[in-house]
Design a protein around this ligand. Structure first.
Ligand SMILES: Cc1cc2nc3c(=O)[nH]c(=O)nc-3n(C[C@H](O)[C@H](O)[C@H](O)COP(=O)(O)OP(=O)(O)OC[C@H]3O[C@@H](n4cnc5c(N)ncnc54)[C@H](O)[C@@H]3O)c2cc1C
Length: 302
């Protein structure tokens, strides 16, 4: 155990040292995290932030690492996963629906099943997105015509000094796969509003999305979802196909033959292989079509 991070153990009970990121990221690449901590409560998280600040350690907040490519060299400092801070609380329940508080670490799949069981509509679009709720807020995750911002009432946030704020949606910036609350960059959770709907219709919609995802996405291999943002009417999957890049392989990383905006790990891909493929796509899109692609996935430790 590296001595300099020993203090983290005094604050958070679940801490891993020299932990391979590849074990935790959906894409299955990345070197070691020097220190990976899973606070269980807001209090633990705040104490941890104060500790890393006092010690001058760099820190990174993550969820389930399903939208993140971790560098082969790993990440020094303290990586704080909020997966341990999960749960759904009913704030209000009436004839029209429910107002719920969703903690950052809650898997989106739990939100989808909660809503399906309670006959609530609004969150069906989250079906099959494998991240945490906090990660979905930060990414303004979306699919099938819905985005997280559509159901948000207010977001509970922290800044790096451990100060709390609750900010209503109107005062937050939600863009296409982006979110900003100024210095309050850590999402602790959010209050959402979902509406009473017809249970059967909701369950049918969820089943429809599951099937569509199975059909269109290369779920048989490890991946990090869409690599680039669709923008200005450009559907990246189609563009990559037109550029003739589907199936292109560098090492064990491959542009999925099934979906051009997915890079899959065929087994032993490195982060460098994945980034090299991304560069190849960007360069060809620029040269052949004059299109500047922007990454949707987040790079960490590069
Ligand atoms: C098979 C597959 C399908 C996918 N389909 C979709 C889709 O349809 N639509 C879509 O939008 N995305 C999709 N994704 C991408 C991904 O699941 C979403 O972006 C998800 O919301 C990321 O959540 P996460 O917890 O894994 O975030 P991470 O990858 O852990 O983090 C993503 C970013 O958010 C930051 N972050 C995470 N949690 C917090 C927090 N609580 N506070 C502050 N910062 C935080 C991290 O620092 C990082 O910059 C897909 C991914 C896969 C693998």
């Amino acid at each position: 155990m590296p001595d300099r991070f020993e203090g983290v153990k005094q604050i958070v009970s679940t801490v891993l040292f020299a932990e391979p990121a590849s074990k935790h990221s959906s894409l299955g690449v990345g070197g070691n995290f020097s220190c990976l901590a899973f606070p269980a409560t807001e209090e633990e998280l705040i104490r941890l932030l104060i500790f890393v600040r006092n010690e001058g350690f760099p820190f990174h907040i993550v969820g389930n690492l399903t939208n993140t490519i971790v560098a082969d060299a790993g990440v020094d400092g303290v990586v704080i996963s909020l997966k341990g801070m999960a749960g759904i609380t009913v704030e209000e329940s009436d004839d029209a629906g429910q107002t719920l508080f969703i903690r950052a670490g809650t898997p989106l799949r739990d939100l989808v099943s909660w809503c399906a069981n309670e006959g609530l509509t609004g969150a069906e679009f989250c079906t099959g997105i494998p991240g945490t709720f906090g990660g979905a807020v930060v990414m303004n995750a979306g699919a099938f015509g819905g985005e997280i911002k559509d159901i948000i009432v207010k977001v509970r946030l922290l800044n790096a000094a451990g100060l709390l704020a609750e900010i209503p949606r109107e005062r937050l910036f939600f863009g296409y796969r982006s979110f900003s609350a100024g210095e309050y960059s850590i999402v602790l959770g959010a209050t959402i509003r979902v509406h009473k709907g017809d249970s059967e219709t909701i369950k049918r919609e969820i089943a429809r999305i599951v099937l569509l995802r199975r059909e269109k996405h290369p779920l048989e291999f490890r991946n990090a979802g869409s690599v680039f943002k669709n923008a200005n009417g450009i559907v990246v999957g189609r563009l990559v196909e037109e550029l003739g890049l589907k199936g292109t392989r560098i090492g064990d990383a491959q542009i999925s033959p099934k979906h051009g905006n997915f890079i899959v790990n065929l087994g032993k891909a490195s982060a460098n292989d994945v980034v090299a493929l991304m560069e190849l796509v960007k360069e060809k899109a620029r040269r052949c079509e004059g299109i500047e692609l922007e990454a949707e996935v987040k790079l960490m430790g590069f």
